[in-house]
Design a protein around this ligand. Structure first.
Ligand code: UGA
Length: 353
């Protein structure tokens, strides 16, 4: 139980963040707390990434599971102006190993939230994903024109993509009936401090950068899946949070209802081979002799299993976010990689890993 010492002032807007302890959640909470303008309610099963904000008078945290905290969640949807449901498993290894878990948590649990947000007439800012575009051949993925293309149903890697896609479609359908005020955002490979727990990355349940960093810090080979020519457009978390806050505060003054935004950095598109090389280079600048491992290649069927398919290219079209949010990413690739690496090194030094 959290006791609210500071009462809300009447005009202060309030926001409910579900999954407040996650990679995006904790960074968003931190920034909103620093701004000090909103009342922030957060729920998560853990709070280990929220050390920076627990105790802030504008932040009320409740430890809880969205699967078993219906009363608290409903009460807080009623109480808040904006709902940001960030709870999801977003690591490809789990899509392949436990697709029903993705369906249950990423889809079913979030559907419940969306229905309540509609029922109580609130605004939802929903995290879709770059994964919805799948293996489309478009050079840049556009929110309104790109076809969403995924592999066959026995390739369970796609369960995350289609779970998010169906939620997007349900949200849009509610919106068309005038029953839901929404903005959808699609993060493209956001990276930064607290991306994944390195303990989980060690077991393969991370994203590429956290797995690579774990291996680097533990002097293990970096395993590149396939030939390593597949590319991603990595986006630094501060750029992502900047975009997200523009949506939350509606600082551009434009109508954001019914809008979808890719939030990514097309200039930071790089293939995985080069990502591994740059990361090792950056690490060697800090600890010249520590890493004696190498880059090796492994077939995706061995790394992830039969249910995996890769995505060869993923570049966002960000014209919409530039035009409507007046937003543009600022962090270049090396800076984004360096900042992420440094944050994990620092946590390791502080024995927080
Ligand atoms: C990710 C995840 O689905 C989500 O976190 C998220 O919604 C989305 O992309 C996003 O942030 O845009 P993906 O980029 O495929 O999907 O996931 P990563 O695990 O980061 O893998 C990127 C690439 O690196 C893939 O080609 C993968 O095969 C490769 N990889 C991964 C390696 O070569 N080695 C590894 O150790 C791990």
């Amino acid at each position: 139980m959290v006791i609210e010492i500071h009462k809300m002032n009447k005009n202060q807007k309030s926001i409910l963040i579900l999954g407040a302890n996650g990679f995006i959640g904790n960074a968003l909470v931190k920034d909103l707390c620093n701004d000090g303008t909103m009342k922030i309610y957060g729920m998560d099963i853990e709070n280990n990434k929220l050390d920076h904000s627990l105790g802030n008078p504008n932040f009320v945290f409740e430890k809880g599971d969205i699967n078993s905290s219906d009363k608290w969640i409903k009460d807080h949807i009623k109480k808040c102006d904006i709902i940001v449901p960030l709870v999801a498993i977003a690591t490809p290894n789990v899509y392949v190993k436990d697709p029903l878990k993705i369906f249950q948590l990423d889809f079913e649990s979030n559907l419940k939230i969306i229905k309540w947000v509609a029922e109580y007439n609130k605004r939802v800012i929903f995290p879709s994903t770059s994964e919805v575009y799948g293996i489309t051949s478009d050079k840049e993925f556009n929110e309104y024109t790109t076809n969403l293309t995924v592999g066959p149903v026995h390739k369970s890697r796609w369960i995350y993509s289609v779970s998010k896609q169906l939620l997007d479609r349900i949200i849009i359908a509610y919106g068309e009936k005038g029953l839901l005020d929404y903005t959808i955002f699609r993060p493209f490979n956001w990276i930064g401090p607290r991306l994944d727990s390195l303990k989980l990355a060690q077991l393969g349940n991370g994203r590429v950068l956290s797995i690579f960093i774990y291996n680097l810090l533990n002097n293990k080979d970096l395993i590149v899946v396939g030939d390593g020519n597949q590319s991603r457009s990595f986006t630094y978390i501060d750029d992502g949070i900047d975009a997200l806050k523009r949506i939350i505060y509606n600082s551009s003054g434009n109508d954001l209802n019914k809008k979808i935004f890719n939030i990514g950095n097309p200039d930071n598109n790089i293939n995985i081979n080069n990502l591994a090389k740059i990361l090792i280079e950056e690490y060697n600048k800090i600890y010249p002799k520590n890493f004696t491992g190498k880059i090796t290649n492994q077939d995706h069927k061995i790394f992830y299993g039969e249910g995996y398919e890769d995505i060869p290219v993923r570049v966002p079209d960000i014209r919409e976010a530039k035009k409507i949010l007046n937003w543009a990413p600022k962090y270049d690739l090396k800076m984004s990689i360096r900042e992420t690496l440094n944050s994990f090194i620092k946590e390791k030094e502080n024995n927080k890993l």
